[in-house]
Design a binder for this molecule. Structure first.
Ligand code: ADP
Ligand code: MG
Length: 346
């Protein structure tokens, strides 16, 4: 239902989104995963009609978003990175205001707002000023405004950023529930987060798509080869020769720090092979005692890093991916001006 083709966004000569193409089918939960600066928010802003693309197209049910951004906004509920909240309104006043902007029929407004508040568990907060809400509750109000009007597609940009673990679980459950009746796209820079709720994961780095698959298939890709770190009493040459027999070994790397009598090696298996027993027996037979054998399984994070680090940016960036340098913290609230500009687009 959403088709992104060759989507490119340039800021000056910096390419934030680099010829991105993917399809989003109805009724599934999609995870848009990538490190900070990968281009997630930019892509979401284009899909939702808030930002113009430099090149490429986005269509929703065949309709071009760039040509009719209003139509896109009608069929998509959006929680941007900075939720567009009016801090001087109460929760109920704000949702009433959003419902009006979204042209929810007057007769249905009250009931819909009640339902949406119930879903996001903010009913008890409806008379509070948004200014006085915690970050977690503000995020829920942001979610509530995205859900209002029950659009077919709901797009959530890093919906759990800044929340505590309990709140993260609650939002995750809510996203699952939303997925039953809506198409949901959510972005995150945390792999475990998207693999927990999504039917399909798209990984992007430097604005490019590096993987697009089900969590199960990515998991398979991720389990990949096994790496064993070995410390063996004996010479590296003797160990290597003893291990030669094992056909499931892909390669052996020698650690140069090894001392004279103790060989330190890294043994890497072929796809999905568990070689621990074979290594044990082969070395025992050769009378080469294993002093230590540790199994470093690749974590989801390792694979994510591998996948995203392999991608060269089209335009060299000064900072490395995942560098310690953090993006400036997003402000918790937007200024009235920003909220107004968002509201004018609703
Ligand atoms: P993500 O949401 O994945 O963290 P963004 O889409 O926010 O990534 O940003 C992608 C890249 O585009 C980053 O390198 C960012 O610095 C740059 N960028 C984003 N918005 C602007 C802007 N308004 N002007 C210039 N560069 C921008
Ligand atoms: Mg972002």
């Amino acid at each position: 239902m959403i088709e992104v083709t060759n989507l490119t966004k340039k800021y000056g000569d910096h390419i934030a989104v680099d010829h991105l193409s993917f399809r989003v089918e109805k009724g599934q939960i999609y995870g848009f995963l990538g490190p900070n600066g990968a281009g997630k928010s930019t892509t979401m802003n284009i899909i939702t009609g808030y930002l113009a693309a430099t090149e490429g197209t986005v269509t929703i049910d065949g309709k071009d978003v760039q040509k009719d951004p209003e139509e896109a906004k009608r069929s998509i509920g959006y929680l941007p990175e900075l939720p567009p909240l009016y801090v001087d309104m109460t929760v109920r006043e704000y949702l009433d205001f959003v419902a009006e902007l979204k042209k929810v029929p007057k007769k249905e407004r009250k009931q819909q707002i009640d339902e949406v508040m119930e879903m996001t568990q903010i009913t008890d907060m409806q008379q509070r000023l948004i200014r006085n809400l915690s970050k977690g509750y503000r995020q829920r109000v942001g979610l509530a405004q995205a859900i209002l009007g029950y659009p077919e597609v709901i797009i959530l940009d890093e919906p759990t950023v800044g929340l505590d673990p309990k709140q993260i679980i609650e939002i995750r459950d809510l996203i699952r529930k939303l997925g039953e009746n809506h198409t949901v796209i959510l972005s995150s820079h945390i792999l475990s987060e998207v693999s927990a709720v999504c039917d399909h994961i798209m990984i992007i780095a430097h604005g490019k798509l590096v993987a697009s698959d089900s969590p199960e298939n990515l998991q398979k890709l991720m389990s990949g080869s096994m790496e064993l770190d070995l410390e063996v009493k004996g010479s590296a040459a003797a160990v290597k020769s003893a291990l030669q027999e094992i056909s499931q070994i892909d390669r052996i790397e020698e650690n140069t720090e090894a001392s004279k009598n103790v060989a330190k090696l890294k043994v890497i298996s072929k796809e999905n092979a568990d070689i621990r027993e074979q290594v044990f027996y082969a070395l025992a037979e050769a009378k080469l005692p294993i002093l230590e054998m540790t199994h470093a399984e690749k974590s989801l994070e390792d694979i994510f890093l591998e996948l995203t680090e392999d991608v060269a940016p089209t335009q060299p960036e000064k900072h490395k991916l995942f560098s310690k340098r953090k993006k400036p913290e997003a402000e918790e609230t937007v200024t009235t001006k920003e909220a107004e500009s968002y509201a004018s687009h609703l």
